[in-house]
Design a binder for this molecule. Structure first.
Ligand code: PEP
Length: 254
C-alpha cells in the first residue's frame, strides 16, 4: 500500500513480544481507522508477523531484517520472500542494532534492500551516526556514505523506499537531537537521495527515529523533510504508540 504523502508512523518491536502482544496490535489497528491521514505500521518479531497480519486489518506489518538470498543454507535467517509469504508488506533493513551487533556492512544492507524490493516488499532503510562521529562533526559525511553504500539500485527503488534517520546515540536513550540538527540532517539526506535517484529521490519518505515519545513527537514530526517516525520503545504499548500516531494526525490537521 503506497500512501507516499501521508506521515508514516512505524513501530519497531525488536525482540519483544509473544502472542499476548497481539492485543496491542489489535488495539493499534482499531485506532488506526480513526486516523486515515496517517499511515501506521508495526514490525513485530518474525514469529508474530503472520498472526499480526491476521489480527490486523488496516495497519502495515513488516519484518525487522531479511537475508539477501531467497533460500538456502543460512540457518536462523529469513528471506524477503518468506516475510512476504508470512504477510509482511515491508521490512526494515540496516538498523543500527543489526549493523553493530551483527556486523552488517553497507554492502550487506544494500543487498538486503534489493532482495526485499525484488520480493515486492517496501523497505525502511536505517542510517545514523554514533555519538563520537557527531562530536567530531562527521555526522552528515557518515550518513551520506551510508546512503551511498546501502541504498538499493534496482526496480522498485526508490518508489518503495523510505529512509529512517536514527542517530545511534538517540536510540533507546531518551536523548534526541535538536530540531535544528534533525532539520539539517534530513535536508542533507534529501539532497543525497536526489543525487542518487534523480527526481524520484524527492519523494522518498525520510523518517526520524530515536527516542520518539508522545511528548516530543509533534515537535519532531513538524520538522521540514520529516515524513514520519520509526519508534522503538514507545511502540510496545498501544497507548504510547497511538499518542504518537495522534500527534502525526493533529499535525496534518493544522
Ligand atoms: C529504534 O530502535 O528503531 C528506535 C527508534 O528505538 P527507540 O524509539 O526506543 O529509541
Amino acid at each position: 500500500m503506497e500512501m507516499a504523502g501521508l506521515p508514516y508512523i512505524v513501530g519497531n518491536w525488536k525482540m519483544n513480544g509473544t502472542r499476548a502482544m497481539l492485543n496491542e496490535a489489535r488495539a493499534i489497528d482499531r485506532a488506526a481507522a480513526r486516523f486515515p491521514k496517517v499511515q501506521v505500521a508495526v514490525a513485530p518479531p518474525a514469529t508474530l508477523i503472520y498472526r499480526t497480519r491476521d489480527a490486523a486489518a488496516i495497519i502495515g506489518v513488516g519484518g525487522q531484517d531479511c537475508h539477501a538470498e531467497e533460500s538456502g543454507a543460512f540457518t536462523g535467517d529469513i528471506s524477503a520472500q518468506m516475510l512476504k509469504d508470512a504477510g509482511a508488506d515491508f521490512t526494515i533493513v540496516g538498523h543500527s542494532e543489526r549493523r553493530t551487533l551483527h556486523g552488517e556492512s553497507d554492502a550487506d544492507v544494500k543487498a538486503k534492500a534489493e532482495a526485499a524490493l525484488g520480493a515486492g516488499l517496501g523497505v525502511i532503510l536505517c542510517v545514523g551516526e554514533t555519538e563520537s562521529q557527531r562530536d567530531a562533526g562527521e555526522a552528515e559525511t557518515v550518513v551520506g556514505a551510508q546512503l551511498e553504500g546501502s541504498c538499493p539500485r534496482v526496480d522498485g527503488a526508490p518508489e518503495k523506499l523510505s529512509v529512517a534517520y536514527e542517530p545511534v546515540w538517540a536510540i533507546g536513550t531518551g536523548r534526541v537531537p535538536s530540531v535544528e540538527d534533525v532539520a539539517a540532517m534530513h535536508k542533507a539526506i534529501r539532497a543525497k537521495l536526489v543525487a542518487l535517484y534523480g527526481e524520484g529521490g524527492a519523494d522518498v519518505r525520510i523518517l526520524y527515529g530515536g527516542s520518539v515519545k508522545a511528548d516530543n513527537a509533534a515537535e519532531l514530526l513538524a520538522v521540514p523533510e520529516v515524513g514520519g517516525a520509526l519508534v522503538g520503545g514507545a511502540s510496545l504499548s498501544a497507548e504510547s504508540f497511538l499518542a504518537i500516531v495522534g500527534a502525526a494526525a493533529s499535525l496534518d490537521a493544522d
